[in-house]
Design a protein around this ligand. Structure first.
Ligand code: 13P
Ligand code: SF4
Length: 303
């Protein structure tokens, strides 16, 4: 922390000078999460907050699709991402053309798209969802069948809780797809008294084996309300680091993976971004409105 202090100080001074707000995802490192972020949250919370920003600049500390979502929802703002290479294996697994081909194959079937996608994919979508509202959105769209893209595991985990038929796509999160039921069995054997909680991007056999599954914000709330003496968060590693500070009586055990995309963002490139106004995120004006409608519908349906 003392090592980070000069950078944190400069970022906080510069963000005021530049009329900027820093939005950070729960997977950002503690020095970003606690040191410089104005707003932290899961994908849904960050999307909702992006609609309310009054500053002229948003610095998105997260991955590219999150910065695009902020731009889509608040297009008059300048949206910066400290490293535009911060991608996502889900977002890169599907294109707008793929979605149009699915629509042609299943005419009239509504398309529910995880926010972990490009603006172009959102633009050919009926309604978006996040991991915190996926079941609700699927239940609320019209019809008995839903196309749910691109995360096959989020779709399979949702399919187990709804009566609707779900057509999936073969995308996966590179961080969560590698967790296995054997990993959970090993964790249970190693830490018999610990609770184990996971993100719904994990395969269904992992979700079956854990004590709770939910979005990053859902997991944080679960720990705060259940106050387990020991817990393993089966998700990205910074989650435990961030939650641990606010839950000193909970023992956080390791069982996590690092998201290399989230970890592209650091204090140095946040400072650079504020200084230089780079890298600015733009969205094609032709797709911004249909993409916004898909995200806005989600926000309205999850109220
Ligand atoms: P949340 O919406 O749960 O924060 O998830 C975003 C994400 O990228 C998880 O891998
Ligand atoms: Fe994408 Fe997975 Fe990283 Fe989340 S954790 S940003 S879903 S690759």
């Amino acid at each position: 922390w003392p090592f980070f202090a000069p950078l944190i100080h400069q970022i906080n001074r510069l963000k005021k000078e530049k009329d900027a707000v820093i939005l950070a995802h729960n997977y950002q490192t503690p020095q970003i999460y606690y040191g410089v972020a104005d707003i932290v949250g899961d994908s849904l919370q960050l999307a909702v907050e992006a609609t309310k920003v009054t500053q002229s600049t948003i610095v998105q500390c997260g991955v590219h699709f999150m910065a695009e979502t902020s731009k889509i929802l608040n297009p008059s703002k300048r949206v910066l991402i400290p490293d535009s290479r911060a991608g996502c294996s889900l977002a890169s697994s599907i294109t707008a053309e793929d979605v149009m081909a699915m629509r042609a194959q299943y005419p009239g079937v509504p398309v529910v798209t995880y926010v972990n996608t490009s603006a172009a994919v959102k633009a050919v979508t009926d309604v978006c969802c996040t991991s915190s509202n996926a079941l609700d959105i699927v239940n609320r769209v019209e019809g008995d069948t839903v196309i749910m893209i691109p995360d096959q595991y989020l779709a399979q985990n949702t399919a187990r809780k709804t009566h609707k038929k779900i057509i999936t796509w073969a995308g996966a999160c590179e961080v969560h797809e590698t967790f296995t039921a054997e990993d959970i069995a090993e964790l249970r054997a190693a830490y018999p008294s610990a609770k184990i909680i996971a993100h719904p991007e994990c395969p269904p056999e992992v979700i079956d084996a854990v004590d709770y599954a939910g979005s990053t914000a859902g997991m944080i709330d679960w720990v705060k309300t259940q106050k387990p003496p020991r817990v393993v968060m089966v998700t990205e590693c910074s989650m435990s680091d961030n939650v641990a500070a606010e839950n000193p009586n909970v023992d956080f055990l390791r069982g996590c993976n690092i998201c290399p995309h989230m970890k592209r963002i650091n204090l140095e490139n946040i400072l650079w971004s504020l200084h230089t106004g780079t890298e600015e995120v733009t969205v094609d004006p032709a797709i911004i409105e249909p993409a916004r409608m898909a995200v806005q519908r989600m926000i309205e349906m999850s109220r």
